[in-house]
Every structure is written in C-alpha cells, then in structure tokens.
Design a protein around this ligand. Structure first.
Ligand SMILES: [Zn+2]
Length: 307
C-alpha cells in the first residue's frame, strides 16, 4: 500500500468511526412494522407526533408481504367482496410482495419518515415462517432488534403489543415475535422509551375497543389527519400504477375503523392491566374457541414473564 493509499484508507476508516459515533448520538423514534399496513393502523398518529417533536422517524419493516389470501383475491381465486367481482391480475408471489411493500412506503411517506429499513437485504423475512417455524423466525427477529437497539442506544422504540393484541382472541405470530424480542432485550432497553401499540384493537367493535390497553391516546386533529392519509394509501386501488389496495383487500374493516377512530392504543412493559383486558375482551366474544385461546394467551403471557 502506498503512503497515499494508506492515508486515504485511514481517512475512510475515521469516517466510518465518525459515522458510527454520530449514529450512537441519534435519537430516532424507531417504529417496528411486522407487516406493511400495521404502522398506519396502529401507530400512524404516534409517528406523526414524533416527527412534530423533531425526532427522526425510522421504520423497520420485518416481513416480505406474502399473503395467500390477498393473492387469491387479486388473482380471482377468491371472490372480492369489495369490488363484487373476481379479479384477474395474474400476480406472482414476488409481485404481490412488492405491491405490499410499495404500498407501505407510500403510506409511511405521508407521515414523513426519515429512514425505512426492510430487513433481510430489503426482502423482508418470509412471513409464512412465522406460522410454520416460529422459533426460527423469532431468532431472526431477535437478532435484528438487538442490532438496532445497540446501533441506536438513544432511540425510543414502538413495538406492536404482540401477545396482548389479538384478533378474535388470537395474536399474530409476526406481531408476537417483535413483542417477545423486546421483552427478551428488556435489560438492554432499560434507558430507552419503549411503547407497545395495538393493531388488532381496531378489529374490535367500538363497544369493547381499547378496554384492555393501558392507554388510549387521543390524537390531535393534525396527527389524526396525517394518519388518515397514510391509511388511505392502503385503500388506493389503481392497478395500472401497480397499486392494488392490498391492505384494504385483506383487512378492510380494520382500516375503516382506524380511519374513523381518533385514538391509538398503547401498552407498557408491565401490562398486567392489559393482560386482564386482553383476556376479558377475548372472553367477550363468548365462543368456546376464544375461551380456549384466551386461556392459551394467558398461559403464554405467564410463560414469557417467567422467562
Ligand atoms: Zn377487489
């Protein structure tokens, strides 16, 4: 190596260090998105408010967007109740995945995000694995969360409420994995502001919605408007522009409820109240199945807190 080269090498090495130390001083609000539409639904207002406070807003998207139900509807294998027809888009898996990802970027752009990270080299983790190989999936999630927690030690974090946030009594495994990862890394996060947001809460009727969450936070009109704009991106159906409203094709009622509800629902670390709430609201649905699931949820919660 010539002297000049050596000098250049040293310079770039220093730059690397500088970059790292400036990252260590950043105070971003990191929003953890298990799926493409989860942030707009559960934390769009919180994102808006973090930006108003002047904090950089970072988004970490965990999964790749695959969803058999959405693909079946868009390809006409299943009837579309929204458009009252059988679509015929002939989308392959990769196209569905990217339709969902582009929808996510369009949506969070309305909330003014500063950085978007899509894990697994921009591909996202295989969401099907969360259902079939949970432990393996969880390990990958844990290592991503740990990396970010260490890289941005001054960040505040917004994780999904996971096990506490159920749809008809059942939590989603990808949501749960982030919640569990946060709990596992709790010692590392002891100096960080950490919130847990509910997504499926909007799937409940307004009579019981928010009953179990620790906090129902009313959004100010501007944040609510920002959130509504973000949500509408998941309802934008413009196939020629490769926009397929994948969010709305999958969870229309949840998106509609979130558009008309000015509250967001949060839990905290010690969410014993929320646990009671989650179980109560599951039991509210009074079928044997949800009773069993509620018991299972409770058992899982106890297992996690024992860990
Ligand atoms: Zn349709």
């Amino acid at each position: 190596m010539s002297h000049k080269q050596e000098e250049r090498f040293e310079q770039s090495e220093n730059k690397g260090e500088e970059k790292e130390s400036s990252e260590r001083n950043e105070t971003p609000a990191i929003f953890w998105a298990p799926h493409e539409d989860d942030l707009a639904i559960g934390a769009g207002g919180a994102m808006w408010m973090e930006r108003e406070k002047g904090n950089p807003v970072y988004i970490v998207l965990m999964t790749d967007g695959r969803n058999e139900e959405i693909r079946n509807i868009l390809n006409g294998k299943e009837y579309c109740k929204w458009h009252k027809c059988n679509h015929d888009f002939k989308l392959n898996q990769e196209q569905v995945n990217w339709a969902r990802k582009s929808e996510c970027i369009a949506s969070v752009s309305h909330l003014g995000m500063d950085k978007v990270f899509i894990v697994n080299d921009g591909e996202g983790l295989n969401d099907a694995k969360a259902f079939t190989h949970y432990e393996e999936f969880f390990k990958e999630v844990l290592s991503v969360v740990e990396k970010f927690v260490k890289k941005y030690p001054k960040a505040s974090h917004y994780f999904p409420s996971g096990l506490l946030d159920t749809l008809q009594g059942v939590p989603n495994p990808a949501h749960k994995s982030l919640w569990e990862a946060a709990h596992k890394l709790r010692p590392l996060l002891k100096n960080n502001k950490v919130s847990f947001f509910r997504i499926y809460e909007y799937g409940k009727s307004s009579l019981i919605r928010g009953k179990g969450a620790r906090v129902a936070k009313k959004l100010d009109p501007r944040s609510f408007q920002g959130k509504q704009q973000a949500l509408l991106q998941h309802k934008l159906f413009e196939p020629r522009a490769f926009r397929f409203a994948t969010g709305y094709h999958s969870v229309a009622w949840i998106i509609d409820n979130a558009i008309s509800d000015p509250n967001e629902y949060f839990d905290s670390w010690d969410s014993d109240i929320s646990i009671v709430g989650a179980v109560t609201s599951a039991i509210d649905q009074v079928t044997t199945k949800t009773r069993e699931t509620a018991a299972k949820v409770k058992e899982q919660i106890e297992n996690v807190s024992r860990k």
